[in-house]
Write a protein that binds this ligand. Structure first.
Ligand SMILES: Cc1cc2nc3c(=O)[nH]c(=O)nc-3n(C[C@H](O)[C@H](O)[C@H](O)COP(=O)(O)OP(=O)(O)OC[C@H]3O[C@@H](n4cnc5c(N)ncnc54)[C@H](O)[C@@H]3O)c2cc1C
Length: 509
């Protein structure tokens, strides 16, 4: 299974008994009941629920199943969310906090049910979570979180130790959390969707969409798909829209390692640093691994992402008797403006649904999105509708114009670059290195491969016109504004951009 970075995650190498296939292709003459865009946890779960409710569904994935963050997750399943319950209660009231807790419970229960019903070994387990304070200030926050969590209906109680030997002043346990093998579970969902008649189209980027009287016409490279309903399960909806502005892209880092002493912690553990670090054990095949993660930062804002892994590794070696660091990877998530995800009807668009802004809880909230969206589609209402409604935010006017204005000069400028002999400055790059260089007031993103081949692309993101930054560990160009990511050769990895960075191989000029 492939993902949107150079580093391999633990989930990519699990012993998979099943490979999702394009099950028969799309009938371009037919009007499908629903087109789900995106083949991560959100899209696959939504596909299963809608298909099993009797709808005729297509799922279009730009690359392959799990390519986005779902194969870069650490797959804790929580009712304990990144946005602390005191803040949720303050902003959305006690009833809102109770609904958030209930949303988490419903998501975990759905994963429990689905994993019990599949022959694929998904290693779902119910787990207790430990939240650990190391300072007096953290202790006070911990007490407030415990009290608000109790009011929200969770089971939480103080404890005097933790299965991970973190610096400890006080701790709190939260019952009834969960964990799963993300790769296995995604495959089981793809299999279940196809077995119930759903069609998965991999390598199908959804671009322009248009609404006819009672269906959407959706342009893809392969043809025009027709569907009554359109569901954006793309983590961040493609193109320029209000969500690009209200969801901030962050990267988080994870390692999976084996232990020399065999003392694998039983439970989920979190410290209270900002950003916080997270720990758990996962069995894959016949081996146990500790997964640890954290050191989050805004996408494109870290100069040397390899250094972040060094810090993470130093931290885990301080807490564990590490035998081997077997995997390290980083991935992306989106922080919503007000602390809760945007799930439901897409504002201003008929029969269109969206799920985004999950923070670091998107494996849980992605599962929950499927529940909420399928309730809205199948019964027209849900008790969760108004709390998570994407309409609680205001659309951003005229953003699209900005992008159009920005795009037109690019081709002309690049042509000029190659006519001039400025290429000598590229020889300063070491193999495997990359840099954004300024030339005649414009920015060029240049990468030299390990074999010395030069790739040069426009450094300006086609989505909103921000300048990309090099991510040296995942070998990608990352946009610091809205999180679009591009491969070293400029090809699109993840949106909201819908096209790659323009450019060409300098060897051809
Ligand atoms: C390091 C890390 C650890 C995390 N750990 C946890 C955790 O422990 N628990 C938890 O609950 N959450 C966690 N999260 C968050 C969670 O993993 C993600 O929010 C979640 O996986 C997102 O799932 P998704 O299906 O919405 O999006 P994705 O998995 O990103 O899938 C979206 C898919 O849509 C496709 N796509 C995009 N645009 C188009 C288009 N135009 N046409 C067709 N296809 C398109 C992409 O290729 C992609 O495959 C973590 C996040 C990170 C970064």
């Amino acid at each position: 299974m492939n993902r949107d970075g150079k580093n391999r995650s633990l989930w990519q190498d699990w012993p998979a008994p099943y490979q999702p296939l394009n099950s028969g292709g799309c009938d371009y003459n037919k009007v499908y009941d629903a087109l789900i865009v995106g083949g991560g946890i959100t899209g696959l779960t939504t596909g299963v629920l809608l298909q099993e409710a009797g709808l005729d569904c297509l799922l279009a994935e730009a690359r392959t199943i799990g390519f986005g963050t779902s194969l870069g997750t650490t797959a804790h399943l929580n009712t304990l969310m990144d946005t602390p319950y005191p803040l949720i209660e303050k902003r959305f009231g006690l009833s809102g906090a109770r609904l958030v807790a209930k949303a988490g419970e419903k998501a975990i229960a759905l994963v429990e049910t689905f994993t019990a019903e599949t022959a694929v070994a998904c290693n779902f387990e119910r787990k207790t979570a430990w939240l650990v304070a190391a300072t007096a200030e953290e202790r006070q926050r911990l007490d407030e979180i415990r009290e608000a969590s109790l009011r929200a209906g969770l089971t939480a109680y103080p404890v005097s130790d933790c299965p991970v030997k973190l610096p400890f002043l006080a701790g709190c346990c939260f019952e009834a959390q969960g964990q799963v093998n993300a790769g296995a579970y995604l495959c089981s969902l793809a299999q279940r969707f196809e077995e119930s008649g759903g069609i998965i189209l991999e390598h199908t980027l959804v671009d322009e969409t248009e609404r006819e009287t009672d269906y959407h016409k959706v342009s893809t490279m392969e043809g025009v798909i027709k569907a009554r309903r359109l569901i954006y399960a793309t983590h961040i909806p493609p193109g320029v829209n209000q969500f690009s502005v209200l969801c901030a892209p962050y990267r988080s880092y994870a390692v999976a390692f084996t232990l020399a002493d065999g003392h694998y912690p039983d439970g989920l553990a979190y410290d209270m640093k900002e950003p916080y670090n997270y720990f758990r054990t996962q069995r894959v095949g016949d081996r146990d691994y500790v997964i640890a993660g954290g050191f989050d930062h805004k996408c494109g804002h870290e100069e040397n992402t390899e250094n972040v892994f060094r810090q993470l590794e130093a931290m885990v070696r301080a807490y564990f008797n590490v035998s081997e660091i077997a995997y390290k990877w980083s991935s992306q998530y989106f922080e919503p403006a007000d602390g809760l995800p945007y799930i439901g009807r897409y504002p201003g668009r008929e029969e269109t649904f969206v799920a985004t802004g999950f923070s670091g809880n998107g494996f849980t909230f992605g599962t929950f999105s499927a529940i909420l969206i399928s309730e809205l589609i199948m019964s027209g209402e849900s008790e969760f509708e108004s709390l998570f409604s994407p309409s609680r935010l205001k659309p951003l006017a005229s953003a699209k114009n900005l992008v159009m204005e920005n795009a037109d000069v690019v081709a002309e400028w690049l042509a000029g670059f190659w006519k001039n002999d400025k290429i000598s400055l590229l020889t300063e790059l070491a193999p495997g290195d990359a840099r954004v260089v300024e030339w005649e007031g414009k920015s060029l993103a240049i990468y030299k491969s390990e074999t010395g081949k030069i790739y040069a692309v426009n450094a300006v993101c086609p989505h909103f016109g921000c300048k990309v930054s090099w991510n040296n560990t995942e070998r990608s160009w990352d946009c610091p504004c809205h999180g679009s990511r591009f491969s070293f050769d400029g090809s699109l990895l993840t949106g909201p951009a819908l096209s790659g960075l323009q450019g060409r191989d300098l060897d051809e000029s």
